[in-house]
Structure formats: structure tokens, C-alpha cells
Design a protein around this ligand. Sequence first.
Ligand code: HAM
Length: 432
Amino acid sequence: MVSLTAIKGMNDILPLDMEAWIFFEQNAKLCLKQFGYNEIRTPILEHTEVFVRGIGQVTDIVEKEMYSFNDSLNGENLTLRPEGTASVVRSVIQNHLLYDGGKKLWYMGAMFRHERPQRGRYRQFHQLGIESLGFAHPQADTELVLFAHKLFEKLGIQDKLVLHINSLGNLPERLKHREALIKYFEENVNILDVDSIKRLKTNPLRVLDSKNPDMQSMIENAPSILDFLEQDSLSHFNTIKKLLDGLNIAYKVNHRLVRGLDYYNKTVFEWITEELGAQGTVCGGGRYDPLIEIMGGKSYPAVGLAMGIERILELIKMTSYAKQPKNDVYLIYNGEQTELYSLLLASKLRDFSINVIQHSHIELQQQSLKSQMKKAGASNSNFAIVITDQFILEKRISIKSLISGDEQVFDLENLNNNEQLKLICNYIQKTL
Ligand code: HAM
């Protein structure tokens, strides 16, 4: 029979990858707590209208990337969430979460976009998102940037990322800029590719986003939105820059940064890396003051971001974290007496908070100590503990560092000798 496979672009997360996921999740949760963000979980499936209204009709996501279907049981049009912001805003309005002031929320989970899969771009991918709702001051935008900066530092990937920032101003400013852009692109229409000519009338801002190498110098000289900002938008943007300077967070003002979703105004930002090829945007976000009203709520300011977890994990794998052993002890044993002894020893070590990998006796009995040592080497552990009938007789155990190769022999009169066990565990823990 033909074996079944997962859907293209939707990947299993296998046990070997899990350590890096947990490393990311634990650091993220710690950091989120330190900043006072609260978790929200919304359904993976929403009415299609949530995303059409939230993200904007003329965006790549809504035009061609959504997994939408008709629920044949009640005729509703539903969509697997392509992002989290529209869902969170829907929930905040529906549950009146802003009645007693602003809220700082986060979510983590799977998103779905029908894109062409390639390295770093999947049809099911995962985001950590944060939405600060009800806060108008540039300090809220800056705090989000600071959060991401701190998390990237904790994860050890900060030096691989460059923060790009821009302001998209407000609607009247954008309309004036749009007019100037259309005029400029029409004057250069012979340089535009087919995609850009299509966007010229629908969403000219997105032409600025084009990666077509033949269009780059023309785009570089296109009218900048920053020249169209008036007092309020300009001072918002300048305050953010001043705060970032004060926090010592490096950034690059990039007037071509437009983002692929329609809900933004004023601030937008992205962290981009050179190390992941074409899919180099690891985190993106910005201010979206008009969205809550567009989604049917009262008018509240808001700002948020989302990071692509798969892309971040790719970067983490390039750091020294990836080379660190993830387990403490791998137990090697061979001999009649070792069957029960190894189970008891593993249990004792775990009582002292040491993580122990032990394979079953039957499986190991047929293997020499040498081939078990090979397994220990591949197990991502710091130490191997070797137990044989002879060692049990001599009341000692041997602990071998799998990093340096050093071997230490410890006395262990019996498994109730907590003093001797403590010495062994201290040795393991101190060297970790
Ligand atoms: P976004 O830029 O569409 O923004 O996505 C955020 C991040 O998700 C991207 O920077 C990227 O790292 C990751 N990502 C997006 N698509 C894929 C994919 N197909 N495969 C792998 N990773 C992907 C948003 O989603 C907004 N909701 C962000 C936001 C929150 N703005 C305000 N609040």
C-alpha cells in the first residue's frame, strides 16, 4: 500500500528538533512575563470576514494565500488563520477586553498560508505574536521593539539581525504619497515588471517591496513616505528614534519598508537577517490604530508584532546553543547484576535533578560496552556512567565526560549512601 505523507509545506516537528523549540518557548515565556504581557488563545478557524476586513482585500494573503472553505453543514465561509492580529482584535472587541483600559497580550501557535514552500517559508508555520491594545504613545511601539531585542539577546541571535524601521504616516499622508508614487512609477513604467504594473493601481506601496533586481535603483529613488509626514506622525516617529537611541538599540531607517498587511499606520518595523537566504524577515510589526474600529469596535490605538518561530530556530541552530549537550547522563551497563542496579541508580540520580537516559536491558545486553559508548556519544549527553557486575562488586562507578573524554571513578558503597550520591551529583552538576 502507498504510504501516507503530510501535506506539502506542513511539517512534523520531530523529537530531535523539540529541544530548540522548548529553548525558544521557555525564553520567550520568561521574557513575556518580565514585560507583563498576558496570554490569549483564539480559535485556529475564524469566519473568513475576520481576515478579509482585518488584513485587507488587496493583499497577497487575502487574495491568494488563505485556506478558506465553505462549511457544508451550515454554509459558513471559514478560514484557517493566516496571522493572529485580526483574530485577537476580533476577540478583544467581542469580549469587551478594553473596557477598563489598555491590554498587553501575546499568543503563540500555528498559522496557515498557501505560499510556495521553500526554506523558511511553509504553509503551516508558527508565530509568537504580541499586541499592545489601547496605547497611543510612541513608548508602546518602543517597548515592543525592546521586548524583541531582549528576547533575541537571550536567544543569542541578536548579532545576526538588523532592525529596520519606517513610518507609514496616517491615511491623508499615505494618499498624498500614493499619488506621488503612482506618478513616479508611471513615468518609469518601462522598468516595472508585470506584477508591479498590476499593483500600480491596486496597491502601489507594495511595488516598493519588490525584490526584482532590475527595479532596485528605480525603487531606491521613488518618493519617500517620510517626506509626506506632517507634525503628528513625524513627532511620533522621531520620539521612537530618540527612545531607541537612548536604549542603545541600533536601527536602520528604511523608507521602502511597507509590510504586507493593510492595517498599519505610523510605525512599521522588521528584523531582517542575511543568513536565511530569501526568507530573511524574522519578525515584523507596527502600529495599527484604525483596525479596531474597522473590525467593528470603538476607536482604540494599537501596536503589535509577530515573529516566525521556524526562522528564529534556524538562527538558533547556528549559535553555540546548538552545540551544547541537552542531557546530563547516558547510562551504560552490562552484566547480570546491572539490570535492577541501573534502574535504581537512574532513579536516585533523577531524585537529585539529574536527567538520565537509559535504554532497556534486553536491548543493551547484546551490545558491547564499546558500542554502547558510541550510542552515548550520539545521545547529546554530557556524561556517560558505566556500570558492570565488576563495578558493583567493587562498590564504585565510572563517570566519563563525553565532552573532554576525562574519566572519574567514584565510590558508591550502596544506593542508599546519599553522601556519596551527592558527591557524584555535585560533580555532574558543577561540570554542566
Ligand atoms: P507578517 O510579517 O505577515 O506579520 O508575519 C510575521 C512573521 O511571521 C514574518 O516576519 C515571518 O518571520 C513569519 N512568517 C510569515 N509567513 C511565513 C511562512 N509562510 N513561513 C514561515 N514563517 C512565516 C504578521 O503576521 C502580523 N500579524 C504581525 C503583527 C502583529 N503586526 C501587528 N501585530
